[in-house]
Write a protein that binds this ligand. Structure first.
Ligand code: CUA
Length: 330
């Protein structure tokens, strides 16, 4: 009985531990060149420390249980100085040089970057701006798209406190510091979806400050960017039209922009193509009409302290029209 329980516990723990090695937010399942280097460094360090640990374990066993002859050998002065001082100095110096080389530390390289994306951390969401080679800026939020195989410069800023930009499958983390612009150059190597997370405590809803990164083939990315830069589609039905009217009449446009309409607020996320994103509220909710309705009426329960006030005065049919309209903004 106890044996079965122990086996079940061990299996559960092992499964939980291994689950960290895969998935859209794992540094050990790299989808970017920089994360690939981090993963190589991790496995190299793990293997090397494993070998050294085994060696130390063996010497300890010999010192405790070995024959007198072997115990005298491991007590030799030269072994203690060599293994305790010289060996660690050589290994740690080598690892430092190797680690810096692998990570190319300190090089915010921008040679040949295809484009620049500015990501601004805000409590508790991400403002995203794509700067194309023609100098045109496209605003978006809470999701990042990358062209596969192209180095992209990501300029990291903050509008308030310190945040940290971390997409473990793409690259290491880099802080967003008030008054500074930190530049991270990343190259997505395979198409796919990754998840990022603010990695520096930044206030109440820090844990709910996440986002998705979608790496796309170059052509698809350019097509997506052209669509993202375009103004919002006109409402295509009576209910969507009613949604837009409610959106404008209730002051939503004071904080949010929907390009192509009178809504041009800059306080909150740009909603021009919000319906095309993978999530709402910085990867807090799925992106569907029901989630829009919940968010509008009850966002302080979903993401406490976020800067948007709850709008509880809408009737159900009004909430529905608003949600259908927002969801239609592809
Ligand atoms: Cu932003 Cu933690």
């Amino acid at each position: 009985m106890n044996g079965a329980w122990a086996r079940a516990t061990a299996t559960a723990l092992l499964t939980a531990a291994l689950a960290g090695c895969a998935g859209p937010q794992s540094a050990l399942a790299p989808m970017g060149a920089e994360a690939g280097r981090v993963a190589i460094l991790f496995w190299f360090l793990t293997a090397l420390s494993g070998v050294i640990f085994a060696g130390v374990f063996l010497l300890t066993a010999v010192a405790l249980f070995g024959s007198p002859k072997w115990r005298r050998r491991v007590a030799d002065h030269r072994l203690i100085v060599g293994g305790g001082v010289v060996f660690p100095v050589i290994v740690l110096t080598g690892l430092l040089i190797y680690g810096l080389a692998v990570l190319q530390a300190g090089s915010a390289r921008s040679d040949g970057a295809a484009m620049r994306i500015t990501v601004i951390g805000e409590q508790w969401w991400w403002r995203v701006a794509y700067d194309g080679p023609d100098g045109r800026r496209t605003l978006s939020a809470n999701e990042l798209r990358l062209p596969v195989g192209q180095p992209v410069e990501i300029a990291l800023e903050t509008a308030d406190v310190i945040h940290s930009f971390w997409v473990p499958t793409i690259a290491g983390k880099l802080d967003m510091i008030p008054g500074r612009t930190n530049v991270l150059t990343v190259t997505a190597t395979v198409p796919g979806i990754s998840r990022g997370q603010c990695a520096e405590y930044c206030g109440g809803a820090h844990a709910l400050m996440s986002f998705y990164v979608i790496a796309m083939p170059e052509e698809e990315f350019q097509a997506w960017l052209a669509q993202e830069a375009a103004p919002a589609d006109e409402p295509a039905s009576t209910v969507e039209n009613r949604g837009l009217e409610l959106f404008l009449a209730n002051g939503c446009g004071g904080c949010h922009a929907v390009r192509g309409t009178q809504a041009n607020g800059i306080i909150g996320p740009d909603l021009t193509h919000v319906g095309s994103r993978m999530s709402l509220a910085a990867a807090t909710l799925p992106n569907d009409a029901d989630a829009f309705a919940r968010w509008i009426a009850d966002n302080q329960h979903i993401k406490p302290e976020n800067l948007m006030p709850p709008f509880r005065h809408f009737e159900e049919s009004e909430l529905e029209a608003l949600s259908i309209y927002l969801e239609s903004l592809k």
